[in-house]
Design a protein around this ligand. Structure first.
Ligand SMILES: [Zn+2]
Length: 418
């Protein structure tokens, strides 16, 4: 098997699909989905046979996939074997094993084949930087190293890839990164912001935020430092999810995933995804934890792929309260907006639900007192308006960079409600 050919074919397919009309695209997607249901999905023991239509299949989630891991991949690889492979070098025979960076005990495993790896790479490049590929590009990827996908491109001639381990901390590879002089940087927003704060010597042509939800407070800081618009690559255990186009539209990866949407209140939806180009680990009608706001308008770039206005965070991080009228859910975006609107000088904070009726609100000591008081008041007013009984404790302390942990400014530390 020619690996590069796999990447090139995927690159070409991704570009070709992006030029279709929405109607033509939907026809192509329906055909690809049908082939997946007939040919690929039945090979996973959990399914065994092709459904009459997609919606006949049961909805899956991370808990089910992890509990019956071996039944969802076509090689019968067990979760125990996959964890063992991951602890070693991430290889299980010809397969690559990876895991998401979630909180401990909540990590998702995935397994992919070599052709899938290269297909993934071709797709990423076609979406992220098609114009740069042919001019030779140096891509710096700064992500946790346990996501085995990223080994693929190191050897290719058109692209030089360098990987920097997020968990090792930037001080250990700063010199190396600056010497590499990347034209494309892919990193979590907190790390991009750290580059700005520490004035790293970098001059990329394109910068992508990845692996964490991009919080609007980080965008202006990062864009001002690099003097570039900040783009997004949104990935999860489940694969590639959305990528920003050159016009700034955040397009869902509908060319490899069929999305269904469940309403989550306040104009938000949570997606069910069916990854119709994956053949090793079958993911069908997989319920994700993310809260999205879908765009109503098509993007100016002309791509038929649907856009998302905002990925507002994770359902897990919505604050949950009880009241006389029943349960109350306050989503991360609402909480975040309340804080940021209170005072324009606020550009960082932490809001954590620590108990059924208690919230800790962290603000850095460098923020003037009147801004902190205004923000504290704004959060209390929001909860009062929603009739949620909770105490908000203000904590003035530095907010340190935690390279090994996903940054969530709004975080719920209650046990999940199911
Ligand atoms: Zn677009």
């Amino acid at each position: 098997m020619n690996r590069l050919a796999e990447a090139v074919r995927s690159f070409a397919l991704t570009r070709w699909v992006a030029r279709k009309s929405r109607a033509d695209f939907e026809r192509w997607q329906a055909g690809a989905l049908r082939r997946f249901l007939d040919r690929d999905l039945p090979r996973a023991p959990f399914y065994g046979k092709a459904p009459a239509c997609l919606t006949d299949l049961t909805v899956t989630d991370k808990a089910l996939l992890m509990a019956r891991f071996d039944e969802f991949n076509i090689h019968g690889l067990t979760a125990a074997q996959a964890w063992a492979a991951l602890a070693h070098d991430g290889r299980a025979g010809a397969l690559t094993v990876g895991a998401s960076t979630g909180t401990s005990g909540n990590r998702g495993l995935f397994v992919i084949s070599e052709p899938e790896k290269y297909r993934w790479l071709g797709t990423i490049l076609a979406k992220a930087a098609p114009d740069l590929v042919w001019r030779g590009m140096r891509v710096a990827v700064i992500l946790p190293q346990n996501t085995g996908l990223y080994d693929s491109a190191r050897k290719s001639r058109l692209i030089k890839l360098a990987f920097f381990d997020l968990t090792a901390g930037p001080e250990s590879w700063r010199g190396e990164l600056e010497a590499f002089d990347p034209t494309v940087i892919i990193a979590p927003p907190k790390m991009l912001r750290h580059f700005a704060a520490e004035d790293f010597r970098l001059r990329p042509k394109r910068v992508f935020s990845a692996a964490e939800t991009l919080d609007p407070v980080d965008r202006p800081v990062i864009e001002a430092f690099f003097r570039l618009p900040l783009d997004q690559i949104y990935m999860a255990t489940e694969g590639l999810f959305a990528v920003t186009c050159r016009q700034g539209g955040l397009h869902l990866a509908e060319d490899s995933v069929f999305f269904e949407f469940e309403p989550a209140g306040e104009g938000l939806v949570t997606p069910l995804m069916t990854a119709f180009r994956r053949r090793t680990q079958i993911m069908a009608r997989y319920r994700m934890n993310d809260l999205l706001r879908l765009s109503k308008e098509p993007c100016r770039c002309g791509s038929p792929l649907r856009c998302v206005d905002e990925i507002v965070g994770r359902m897990d991080d919505a604050f949950r309260f009880t009241s006389l009228d029943g349960p109350i859910l306050v989503t991360p975006d609402v909480l975040r907006n309340a804080v940021l609107k209170a005072d324009r000088r606020i550009d960082d904070f932490r809001l954590v639900q620590t108990g059924p009726e208690s919230i800790e609100f962290g603000l850095p000591p460098t923020l003037p007192d009147d801004a902190a008081v205004a923000a504290h008041q704004a959060v209390r007013a929001l909860l009062e308006m929603r009739k949620a009984a909770a105490t908000v404790t203000l904590v003035r302390a530095p907010l340190p960079l935690e390279p090994g942990r996903k940054l969530r400014r709004v975080e719920c530390r209650l046990e999940p409600a199911r």
